[in-house]
Write a protein that binds this ligand. Structure first.
Ligand code: SAM
Length: 241
């Protein structure tokens, strides 16, 4: 048996586990999707894999499901962070959504010198990440962090984590991800609409764990660059093969 609807719940999942729904979840399942008692939903919580659950109680303000069998084991993405400088709201939402679909384990909005938005709505972006995981069949939901200052992150960067620095100044160069660094923690860094400052570029290129790469002969929008970089990384080191 499979279920068409997937729902992320902040609740332990296991054989016979009953799950009480929030008002919003009940509204979605019973009001919008018109499910009734006896219907099945695929639940996941980011830790216990995906579980098939039967609707045992359906109401306007709540409801209850009972887990019957595990339909998918937990599948963790590679240990890959996606660092990006927030841009306009819709495009930032897009970057978060694509990062989830393409297997980022952590999504970090970073404040760089030319980043023009001072703050991000972490709760809203995290909700986007949940929606993307529900849609793409993922059993893991990456954390979207609060906005971090890039310079501070680099000050205490974990030494074993490689950094794919997508530098627009390398547009058209042949700089690619060459070294074979599979099985290591990685991060991808995408700059803002205004690009990186010379000071940032110099510091980043000199870091022992940084790998400067070009994303081709054209300047990509930051959201396009995020997708291109994730694709490049996945092909080289990721879980697509
Ligand atoms: N304002 C910059 C300019 O016009 O040169 C463009 C910045 S671009 C819109 C935003 C980010 O996408 C860059 O900081 C970089 O991380 C990435 N990016 C875009 N095109 C790239 C390319 N061809 N090679 C490497 N990175 C690229």
């Amino acid at each position: 048996m499979s279920a068409k609807i997937r729902l992320y719940v902040e609740h332990p999942l296991g054989q016979g586990q009953s799950v009480h729904l929030t008002r919003e979840q009940a509204h979605y399942l019973f009001g919008v999707m018109r499910l009734a008692v006896g219907a099945h939903v695929a639940l996941f919580n980011g830790q216990d894999g995906e579980w098939l659950a039967e609707v045992v109680q359906a109401g306007k303000r709540g409801g209850e499901l009972s887990c019957t069998e595990q339909s998918k084991p937990l599948q963790l993405p590679p240990d890959l962070w996606l660092l990006f400088a927030p841009i306009k709201k819709a495009r930032t939402d897009f970057i978060v959504e694509k990062s989830v679909e393409m297997g980022a384990a952590r999504i970090v909005p970073v404040q760089t010198e030319f980043t023009n938005s001072e703050r991000v709505r972490q709760d809203r972006l995290q909700a986007h990440a949940v929606e993307a995981a529900e849609q793409c069949g993922g059993t893991f939901v990456p954390e979207v962090t609060e906005l971090q200052r890039l310079d501070r992150m680099l000050d205490d960067w974990p030494q074993d984590r490689q950094l794919m620095f997508c530098d627009e100044a390398e547009v058209g160069s042949a700089l690619r991800l060459a070294e074979n660094k599979t099985g290591q923690p990685w991060a991808i860094l995408i700059g803002p609409e205004g690009g990186f400052s010379e000071k940032e570029r110099k510091r980043l290129a000199a870091l022992p764990f940084a790998h400067v790469v070009s994303l081709g002969p054209r300047i990509l929008r930051a959201d396009t660059a995020a997708v291109a970089a994730l694709t490049m990384w996945q092909q080289a080191f990721g879980d697509w093969s």
